[in-house]
Ligand binder design. Structure first.
Ligand code: COA
Ligand code: MG
Length: 297
């Protein structure tokens, strides 16, 4: 499990220079809103996008949605201006594209530490969400996860990775499968969330749903999404279903009874149940609770 309870089933991206899309996103009840300053924004629009993002942060009520800003790659001149100009809007966190070295993340961490101190904000509150999306990033995924206590989630970027490697994207996705696995493995090892790749075909909702399910089966906690119509599907698939919750509760109860009777392993509906099965059931219940789906919370 991750070290916190912020639910991030869907992270909706939109170009930071589109106030209209930021406003649209707010009405959707999406877990996280990511106002982009990087690749979704034309070079000529970078300054305008920073101004619009700050305006949105300072004037709009985001409701229960998390307010995130995706800056340009760390170490670039754009990145420094992104941070300096948007920090006044006090976002909940920054999404860090093309993360490759701990030092890059440490530098952002230090900038935020000084800003929080100078502005009288609680220390460490602003989160960092690095995107692993280059070959170097995949090799460094452990040090990226551990670079700062602010790191709250690892995001996996398949498209940029394929470009960086010179791989060809296919529907099955085997060309990025090692990396997609490595990111979720590191996230689970170091107790941060794992957020799965973008699905680009805006009109193929069945394909999108299938990719959400595959991500969930791999233990991803949520998915980056790029269109309002992807939000509901991702937020449904990345939360446990009613049937899963019921099944999990039965397993936990049967396990409690078995333990009381001195049994470690037992059979339920013709299937063997022992500790690993119970642990998976406990994960389902914890997720359901975080999603507000349990009335006994
Ligand atoms: N966030 C919020 N609202 C969005 C949205 C998004 N990501 N994508 C579309 N919408 C809105 C549109 O504004 C439109 O509403 P409107 O007609 O009232 O203005 C409505 O949803 C339907 O949009 P649609 O016409 O189907 O799409 P589009 O042609 O306007 O936009 C994209 C297509 C791909 C440009 C758009 O979905 C987008 O900007 N996605 C995010 C791109 C991005 O951030 N990339 C970088 C990260 S990977
Ligand atoms: Mg990218």
């Amino acid at each position: 499990m991750s070290k916190h309870t912020t639910l991030r089933r869907a992270l909706l991206f939109m170009p930071g220079d589109s106030l209209r899309k930021i406003e649209k996103a707010i009405g959707l009840g999406v877990d996280s809103i990511v106002m982009d300053l990087e690749d979704g924004v034309a070079f000529s629009q970078k300054a305008a996008a920073r101004r619009i993002v700050v305006q949105a942060l300072q004037t709009l009520d985001f409701g229960r949605s998390e307010r995130l800003v995706r800056m340009n790659p760390m170490g670039s001149e754009l990145a420094e201006d992104d941070l300096r100009s948007t920090i006044v809007g006090r976002p909940d966190g920054y999404v860090l594209p093309k993360a490759e070295f701990a030092e890059q993340i440490e530098a952002v961490d230090e900038f935020l530490r000084l800003e929080e101190q100078a502005r009288g904000w609680p220390a460490g509150q602003i989160k960092l969400l690095p995107i692993v999306e280059t070959a170097l990033g995949v090799m460094a995924v452990r040090e990226i996860a551990l670079a700062s206590p602010r790191v709250d989630a690892l995001l996996f970027g398949a498209e940029d990775l394929a470009g960086d490697m010179g791989a060809q994207r296919t529907p099955a996705g085997w060309e990025v499968f090692y990396a997609r696995s490595a990111v979720v493995m590191a996230a689970k090892a170091y107790r941060v969330q794992a957020i799965d790749q973008v699905f680009f075909d805006l009109n193929n909702l069945a394909g999108f749903e299938a990719e959400c399910r595959a991500g969930r089966q791999m233990a991803y906690d949520g998915k980056m999404v790029i269109h309002p119509r992807q939000v509901e599907i991702a937020q449904r698939i990345f939360a446990p279903s009613e049937e899963e919750i019921q099944a999990a509760r039965r397993i936990i109860q049967a396990h409690d009874e078995a333990q009381a009777a001195g049994l470690g392993a037992f059979a339920l509906d013709g299937r063997m149940v022992d500790r690993p099965v119970v642990r998976m059931a406990e994960q389902v219940v914890r997720k359901a609770r975080a999603a507000g789906m349990m009335d006994d919370a």
